[in-house]
Ligand binder design. Sequence first.
Ligand SMILES: Cc1cc2nc3c(=O)[nH]c(=O)nc-3n(C[C@H](O)[C@H](O)[C@H](O)COP(=O)(O)OP(=O)(O)OC[C@H]3O[C@@H](n4cnc5c(N)ncnc54)[C@H](O)[C@@H]3O)c2cc1C
Length: 307
Amino acid sequence: MNDQQGDRRFQENVPLGKESWFGCGGTADVLFQPEDIDDLALFLKDAPPEMPVTVMGGMANIIVRDGGVRGCVIRLGKPFSDIDVKGARILAGAGALNGSVASAAAKAGIGGLEFLSGIPGTVGGAVRMNAGAYGREIKDVLVAAFAIDRKGRSDAFMTEDMDMRYRYCGVPEGTIFTAAAFEGLKENKEVVRARLKEIKEKRRETQPITEKTGGSTFANPTEEQLKAAGLESGLRAWQLIERVGGRGLTVGGAKMSEKHCNFMINTGTATAADLEDLGEELIRRVKTLLGVTLHWEIRRIGDRPPT
Ligand SMILES: Cc1cc2nc3c(=O)[nH]c(=O)nc-3n(C[C@H](O)[C@H](O)[C@H](O)COP(=O)(O)OP(=O)(O)OC[C@H]3O[C@@H](n4cnc5c(N)ncnc54)[C@H](O)[C@@H]3O)c2cc1C
């Protein structure tokens, strides 16, 4: 990386965890912030295939382990945050904030994308997670996603070819989304704005949005899981957590929120290991006491330091 020294697009030993919503965790060996798509494509084409590459968006769904992230972390910032509106369609860069897409849609009188205002983070992260809220998810409004693969080749995916399911996108891991095209319905601007406001208020009431958190810790169990465990249909992850005494449970500086007990929070002194250990304790309890295996929705990256 000698020829990259002094290049502000590349930084070494960056305290990445501090930039996550949890505000804790380790460093990135190298952080690369490409200045445009060509810059990103060229970097990937030339990068040694054995070098680990991880892409990050708003880091609203991430625990960065305390031992840090090897290889190169790529963040798509401002150069990837354009939002263009045409009719009922919106083309947004992968670095654009979901909230900005929701606002642009409301301003243009495009309905159906209001739910994005309740999902922190970027378009790239939302596509990868098939993020959703209030009965809608990305796949309901996504027309196509544009991407670059690990070898620097451009690609485009129509939604129906992306195998998008509950908090899952079937496009191979390692693919970097660079932009996404969404479609809503032309509607009265005031009606769309009113729905946007309603969602923002509901979030404030039900989620600890001013805390250091990563959103829902675990995915909701499937109906098959609940049935196999002899539990009532429709139970959500937070209800299973509540039943095993998880509301307010703490490990070190990590705590399950009193307000929404599927949200984990850093009370100020948590390490990434505290957060992860708290999650693992809940997985153990829910499995032992209720017979259901909870699956992490939050992504964990990097290494745990040796104990
Ligand atoms: C207060 C709060 C409330 C939340 N509420 C919700 C909610 O209601 N519904 C919901 O679904 N989520 C919710 N979340 C979680 C989070 O907002 C979503 O998962 C969001 O989509 C994450 O986007 P991000 O840009 O922050 O992704 P990151 O956290 O940075 O990354 C998440 C994953 O996406 C990948 N990724 C990021 N960018 C790209 C890219 N350009 N190309 C390919 N892969 C990429 C990363 O590698 C990682 O695997 C909440 C989080 C918080 C903190």
